[in-house]
Design a protein around this ligand. Structure first.
Ligand SMILES: [Zn+2]
Length: 261
């Protein structure tokens, strides 16, 4: 766990936790004997902790409270969901589901909703939530009920991480989420490793821009950010690309970046 960064938006990863999964394997989410960890046939990108474990939920909230006590811009929660359909059938989940009297889908959504609600009590403003980039089956697969969750967060953030040689899917997904989300919608475009051509990254920004209230370009290091800013502002084809598509907001950003260099 890193130290809170003052004046900035701090991202707090919740149920994807490779450290806790090693130290306390009993907390890992399960499905018919399968554990939600890296290196299995299901190809998990991270190890996933069960979102129903009371002590782990408390552990997350303690970290959130500590970060919120600093002079920060806000908090964005990552990995607040069940990892996939069928998870989690651990003892705690099975018991809680039985006691609830709810359907499996409703109970899973209520587990995620109650966690976000509890976090909202700690962070009364400037709280965002990252959502799995699935506009169709998010509730049944991940327990993410957008309508219910919208009551507790100030914005949703959707990571549309992919190869941007074709931006067709950025357009499709951004439009779907815009239709479904009334809260401010942040769309994240990935500019980390492996490196992609800057013109492709820009095409993705243009595709998402009509539907997003905020575009986040995720780079993870300052040198990459500066390189992308330099390449976007000096390549006239990029300016023309934005101009041809009436992407006025992005043109304004390019002008601002040009002024910085
Ligand atoms: Zn469980």
């Amino acid at each position: 766990v890193l130290k809170p960064l003052k004046g900035s938006w701090n991202v707090i990863n919740c149920f994807a936790d490779n450290t806790t999964s090693q130290k306390n394997p009993d907390l890992v989410a399960t499905r018919r004997g399968e554990k939600a960890v890296r290196g299995t046939a299901s190809r998990f990108l991270w190890d996933w902790i069960c979102p129903s474990q009371p002590e782990y939920r408390q552990y997350c909230k303690n970290i959130i409270r500590k970060v919120a006590d600093n002079d920060i811009a806000g908090i964005r929660l990552d990995s607040v969901c069940f990892t996939r359909e069928g998870f989690c059938d651990c003892r705690v989940c099975t018991q809680a589901h039985e006691n609830s009297g709810l359907s499996w889908a409703d109970w899973r959504a209520s587990q995620i909703e109650s966690f976000v609600k509890e976090v909202r009590e700690i962070v009364p403003e400037n709280l965002g939530l990252t959502i799995e980039p699935d506009p169709c089956c998010g509730r049944e697969r991940f327990g993410l009920d957008l309508e219910a969750l919208s009551r507790y967060v100030d914005f949703f953030s959707i990571p549309l991480y992919m190869h941007y040689s074709i931006v067709y899917w950025v357009d499709i997904l951004a439009y779907c989420f815009r239709r479904r989300i009334k809260n401010p919608l942040f769309i994240e475009i990935y500019a980390g490793h492996p490196e992609q051509p800057t013109r492709s990254i820009f095409a993705a920004l243009v595709a998402a821009s009509p539907y997003a209230d905020c575009l986040v370009l995720s780079t993870f290091d300052e040198a990459t950010t500066k390189k992308i800013q330099r390449e976007m502002t000096t390549d006239r084809r990029i300016w023309k690309y934005a101009d041809d598509r009436n992407a006025h907001g992005l043109l304004e950003i390019l002008e601002k970046w040009e002024g910085l260099s």
